[in-house]
Design a protein around this ligand. Structure first.
Ligand code: PMP
Length: 354
């Protein structure tokens, strides 16, 4: 603490991102990255944009990312005016807090969820109520009927991996006609139903997605929001009061190439899903309890082994998984679905420890 700090900075408890170890070949199953290289069209598009000399980098990128928004809109059956782009969906979510969730009444999100939400709430002075998940880590949409300043849910939820069916999301939207309902679909492509189809019917729905997971572009930082034009305009007003150029030139062309490659997308999602099912079977065989996952990670606990100790012992073997020292989940590990070699290394590592 320094007397130069503002009061708000003094009181913040910042989000702690998963470790990015500086090791030659870590088994890195701690930040839900995709184990496969992105579509080969991505590197081609970046090379094309750079050309021989990188001359295009002299100039600022398109502040509105028009070509990328048009590509995403076409892909989702929406208009470009219904798409907002940000530097990763974390940045999109930050703007959502400022633009759409900061009202008099507290917003509601699950007690076990993406741990960035309470951090943004604190940063932007947004009051919130954490609504307990049920005993199976499921979300009961009837718990979101109380008056609120907005509702925010990941689907599938993180770090549990559990998905809500679309019919439940629709109940949530109908129960909250006067607040914005934000569905964070970071992991939707690995087995949940997207709420994008409900956008034209529900002006209070905002869907947030990312290219970090199913498109394997975590390193490019590209996220977006989809919704009614009025919601998108609110986000654009905040963006243009903060940073007009959140997406650089390379990110814009890379993202277009990634979104256009449907074959790569389908194949890699199918591989991750198959590996997730195999990993789940192996963890169950080792005595773990595994929450049914619709994401690219599994959430598991062992009745006889302390989760923090397991994570620390795996780390000694250069195998990284995520452990959250938080109420209700401190005996769980969140394990990203890796490629076959990484999943086998994890299982061998756990077997050796148990
Ligand atoms: N939402 C959820 C639920 C996440 O787990 C993550 C990844 N940590 C994000 C959003 C943000 O992802 P990105 O900023 O890479 O788009």
């Amino acid at each position: 603490m320094s007397h130069f700090w503002s009061d708000i900075v003094d009181k913040l408890t910042p989000y702690v991102p998963g470790e990015q170890p500086v090791l030659a070949r870590p088994v890195k199953l701690n930040t839900n990255e995709n184990p496969y290289a992105p579509s080969p069209r991505v590197a081609e598009a970046i090379r094309r944009e750079l050309g021989e000399t990188g001359d295009t980098l002299r100039k600022y990128p398109d502040p509105t990312a028009r070509a990328l928004r048009t590509t995403i809109a076409r892909h989702c059956g929406l208009k470009a005016e219904q798409v907002f782009m940000g530097n990763g969906s974390d940045e999109v979510l930050a703007h959502v807090f400022q633009a759409l969730l900061k009202h008099d009444k507290p917003i509601r999100f699950p007690d076990v969820t993406y741990s960035f939400y309470p951090v943004y709430a604190q940063l932007f002075g947004v009051a919130f109520q954490a609504v307990p998940l049920n005993a199976d880590f499921g979300i009961d949409v009837d718990d979101y009927r109380a008056p609120n300043g907005g509702v925010l849910l990941p689907n599938p939820n993180a770090p549990t991996g559990r998905a809500l069916p679309l019919a439940e999301i629709e109940i949530l939207l109908e129960a909250n006609p006067d607040s914005v309902v934000v569905i964070d679909e970071a992991y939707v492509d690995f087995g949940a139903e997207s709420a994008v189809a409900l956008i034209d019917k529900h002006p209070n729905l905002l869907v947030v997605q990312t290219l970090s997971k199913a498109r394997s572009l975590a390193g490019m930082r590209v996220g977006f929001a989809l919704g009614h034009e009025a919601l998108i305009e609110a986000l654009t007003r905040v963006k243009d009061s903060f940073n007009s150029y959140p997406l650089d030139r390379l990110a814009q062309v890379a993202a277009i190439a990634a979104v256009e490659d449907d074959d790569w997308f389908r194949e890699s999602c199918a591989k991750v899903i198959a590996s997730r099912e195999h990993l789940t079977t192996q963890l169950l065989a080792l005595g773990f309890e595994v929450v049914p996952s619709a994401a690219n990670f599994v959430f598991a606990r062992h009745p006889a082994h302390d989760a923090a100790t397991l994570a620390a012992r795996l780390k000694e073997k250069e195998i990284f998984v995520r452990h959250f020292k938080l109420p209700r989940i401190e005996q769980h590990l969140r394990i990203t679905v890796g490629n076959d070699c990484e999943c086998n290394a994890l299982i061998a590592g756990l077997r050796a420890l148990m």
